[in-house]
Design a protein around this ligand. Structure first.
Ligand code: ZN
Length: 135
């Protein structure tokens, strides 16, 4: 048996409210939802983080994410949804099996997204150049 919580979920060793499953992807309700209908979408093949995952696997999962996000928005009567991946501990990743969060949102739900900041003069160009050097 795996030590990874989400692999255990895939092995059906933990009671889970699945909403979707295909050859590559599974989706289930988060047991500690940010909003009701908060769904997690995971690849069936274990991978720790987004940045370490084979792009071919990502493409399968993204198709699943789109399908499930559409269903969650319709089912919950939401106005939209947040779709996100926490990549690494510093970004809030707790379970190290890649997963997307789909959080149905309504215009008046009161959930606050990230705060904004701003760049000093020339700083944006400098940071964009730093990123381009790694591409
Ligand atoms: Zn796993």
């Amino acid at each position: 048996m795996s030590s990874c919580l989400f692999c255990k979920i895939l092995e059906k060793n933990i009671p889970t409210d699945f909403v979707y499953e295909d050859e590559h992807v599974a989706a289930f309700l988060d047991i500690r939802p940010t909003k009701k209908g908060h769904v997690l979408v995971i690849p069936k093949k274990h991978s720790d983080t987004f940045l370490k995952t084979d792009p071919e696997i990502l493409s399968h999962v993204v198709h699943g994410v789109q399908k499930v996000a559409h269903a969650a928005v319709m089912a919950l009567g939401a106005d939209g949804c947040n779709i996100s991946v926490n990549n690494g501990e510093a970004a809030g990743q707790v379970i190290f099996h890649l997963h997307w969060h789909i959080i149905p949102r309504t215009a008046d739900d009161g959930l606050v997204n990230w705060p904004h900041t701003s760049y000093q003069d020339g700083e944006a160009k400098e940071i964009a150049e730093k990123i381009r050097k790694f591409l």
